[in-house]
Write a new protein. Structure first.
Length: 272
C-alpha cells in the first residue's frame, strides 16, 4: 500500500523538497506531492468539488510554477502536511521579550519583580498568549482553511529555528535568542513553544510535528549543519538562499522532518 501525502508550504517547503529528492527509496510505500506558494497565497484558494484550487491570479501563477498545476484533487491523497508557514519559535521569542512567568531560571534571579521591565504573568497566561499569537500565523490559518473543506488527517510542521550561527554574527537578528540563552531560559521557552504549537494546531483541527530533536542546538536554535546549503522555494530546484541566511533549513533537515511525518502518517491513515 502506498500512502499519499500532500505537502503545502511557503519558502520552508524547499527543505522537504530537497530532502525528498536527495533520498530516493528512504520512504518505501510513501508518495509525496509538494505544492508551494510564497506570502499568503496558499490562503488565496478554495476547496471546490474536492479540489484545492487557486482563487486569485497570483495564487494561480504560484500553483503553476510550484507544483500545484491547475489545482489539487484532495481525493488523490491520504493526508496533508503544512510546512513552516510562520509556525516557529519566533512567536515564543516575542512572548519572552514581553513576559516572565514562574519556573523560569531568570525569574528566580530577579532582584525586584515589581520593577522588572517584562510583565509578570502566570504560566497558563503566557501559554495562552503564545497560543493566541500562533493562531494568527499562516500555518494555523491555513489549517483552519483546509479543515473547513476536508476531513483528511492534517499536520503542521514546525518552522526551523534560527541557525546557531546567528549568535556569532553582528546584526544576525538574534538579540532576543542571545538574551534567552544568557538568562538560562532556553529549555523552558522551547518547551512552551512546542506545547503552545500543539494546542494551537489542535484547535485548528490539525496535529503539530515539532522540529526533529537531532537538528536542535542549545534548545532554541538549529545546528548550522542543517542550515548550510539551503535552497529557495523556486521553479529551479537548486537556487540557493542568499549568503548569510540563518532562517532556512537544508535537505538534511527536510529528510528528518519527512521521517517524522512518515512515522505519524502510517498509524493515522486507514489501509486501502
Amino acid at each position: 500500500m502506498t500512502l499519499r501525502l500532500l505537502v503545502l508550504g511557503n519558502s520552508h517547503l524547499a527543505a522537504l523538497s530537497d530532502g525528498w529528492r536527495a533520498h530516493p527509496g528512504r520512504w518505501p510505500g510513501l508518495s509525496v506531492r509538494l505544492v508551494g506558494a510564497h506570502d499568503d497565497l496558499l490562503l488565496q484558494t478554495r476547496i471546490e468539488g474536492g479540489h484545492l484550487i487557486p482563487a486569485t491570479a497570483a495564487a494561480a501563477e504560484a500553483f503553476r510554477r510550484l507544483g500545484g498545476g491547475e489545482g489539487v484533487d484532495l481525493a488523490e491523497h491520504d493526508a496533508i502536511a503544512i510546512a513552516g508557514c510562520l509556525v516557529g519559535l519566533t512567536s515564543a521569542e516575542a512572548i519572552w521579550a514581553a513576559m516572565r512567568w514562574p519556573g523560569l531560571p531568570s525569574l528566580e534571579r530577579e532582584a525586584d519583580l515589581a520593577t522588572m521591565a517584562p510583565v509578570l504573568v502566570s504560566l497558563p497566561a503566557a501559554r495562552a498568549a503564545l497560543v493566541a499569537r500562533l493562531s494568527q500565523r499562516l500555518g494555523i490559518r491555513l489549517a483552519r482553511h483546509l479543515r473547513a473543506g476536508t476531513d483528511l488527517p492534517l499536520w503542521i510542521t514546525s518552522q526551523p529555528r534560527t541557525s546557531a550561527a546567528a549568535l556569532s554574527r553582528p546584526g544576525g537578528g538574534a538579540r532576543i535568542l542571545t538574551a534567552v540563552q544568557r538568562a538560562g531560559d532556553a529549555p523552558a521557552l522551547s518547551a512552551l513553544f512546542d506545547e503552545a504549537a500543539h494546542l494551537a494546531a489542535a484547535a485548528a483541527g490539525a496535529g503539530f510535528v515539532p522540529q526533529p530533536a537531532a537538528t536542535i542546538a542549545r534548545h532554541i536554535l538549529t545546528a548550522p549543519r542543517f542550515m548550510l546549503g539551503a535552497n529557495r522555494l523556486a521553479q529551479r530546484p537548486d537556487l540557493p538562499q542568499p549568503p548569510g541566511d540563518v532562517m532556512h533549513a537544508n535537505g538534511a533537515w527536510g529528510a528528518l522532518m519527512l521521517d517524522a511525518l512518515a512515522d505519524r502518517l502510517r498509524p493515522a491513515v486507514p489501509a486501502h
